[in-house]
Design a protein around this ligand. Structure first.
Ligand SMILES: [Zn+2]
Length: 321
């Protein structure tokens, strides 16, 4: 009887499942587009099919699975293993995935918010290893994260600790944010916010290299376009990354000081820009924290890459200690 762990990452666009050993090594992984949003039964059938594919790839049966970890995009009722709100997974809100996975797999099930699970994954198996207090920032369509202290996820009073994207970044004004506020870090440093700041250059007859890389279509400019332009030597794109790193660095510095953190891990799609994002973020953050923290804290790129969702779910299943 092997003690394998099934990691399940259910997102609004794709569902990824991996089978791992207790050291977080993946034996196999599979993914499918998330089916039929709005139809709970179809969503569950789609998840079941991905599980079958992973087990078939490893030649194992469901009885080989000792634990299941599930990561979900939204606020999770951990006792029931259900989503409380699910803008991106309509049809699953209120459904007890703890019960469903318990029935279909016959193993112990832990359900966690996806950013929290990712933080646990980086802490246990990735760039957070050996830290006392690790802050995980994910920078993509939005900015989220998680706080892991002495091996445990710090959730706050209602499960929203580590929502680093909704720190206030601008003292005055700023674009409206998805949270209902304005001037949040997410509204200036997320992927869409970087693209928006790049497009604003065009109105000033600048950003011509960015526009050319986007095939002349301003709407096609993304954070990846800005990274490509910077790599080609475009000074305006480099300045956009410097400005982004300043915003993000201030957010990181505030979080380091708040939690007395010794490690910050930066993940999410925007970090594909590499040192264009990481360099200025690290520099601006370290310039703003007190000398003791500047000496002790490390700011690192995430290590788990595209597997962070399933490895995070595996880490959540293994429990916190
Ligand atoms: Zn906000």
């Amino acid at each position: 009887m092997s003690a394998l762990i099934l990691g399940v990452d259910i997102g609004g666009t794709k569902t990824a499942v991996g089978l791992a050993d207790p050291e977080g090594r993946l034996l196999a992984r599979e993914w499918r587009e998330t089916a039929a949003l709005g139809d709970g039964e179809a969503l569950l059938a789609g998840i079941d099919a991905v599980i079958d594919a992973v087990l078939a790839a490893t030649g194992r049966g469901r009885d080989a699975v000792a634990r299941v970890g599930v990561g979900l995009p939204g606020t999770v009722d951990r006792a029931r293993g259900a989503l409380l709100t699910a803008q991106s997974l309509r049809g699953l809100e209120g459904v007890s995935l703890k019960d469903w996975f318990g029935r279909t797999i016959g193993a112990a099930v832990v359900v966690e918010n996806d950013a929290g699970a990712a933080a646990l994954g980086e802490y246990r198996f990735g760039a957070g290893r050996g830290a006392r207090v690790m802050l995980y920032f994910t920078v993509s369509t939005g900015i989220g994260g998680g706080v892991v202290a002495d091996g445990r996820l710090f959730r706050g009073s209602a499960g929203h600790a580590g929502e680093f994207g909704h720190q206030v970044a601008l003292a005055e004004g700023g674009d409206p944010c998805s949270c209902g506020g304005h001037g949040c870090l997410e509204s200036v440093a997320s992927g869409p916010a970087i693209a928006r700041r790049a497009r604003r250059l065009l109105g000033e007859s600048r950003g011509q290299a960015l526009l050319a890389l986007a095939g002349g279509d301003a709407a096609a400019i993304t954070a990846a376009t800005v990274a490509a332009a910077a790599r080609e030597g475009d000074a305006e794109a480099a300045a956009l990354w410097e400005e982004t790193g300043k915003y993000l660095g201030i957010g990181v510095a505030n979080a380091i000081v708040s939690y007395d953190a010794d490690r910050v891990v930066l993940g999410g799609g925007v970090t594909h820009a590499g040192e264009w994002l990481l360099g200025p973020t690290r520099r601006h953050a370290l310039a703003r924290v007190m000398p003791r923290l500047r000496r002790e804290v490390r700011i690192e790129a995430a290590a788990l890459g595209d597997d962070v969702g399933i490895i995070g779910a595996v880490a959540a299943a293994l429990g916190e200690d």
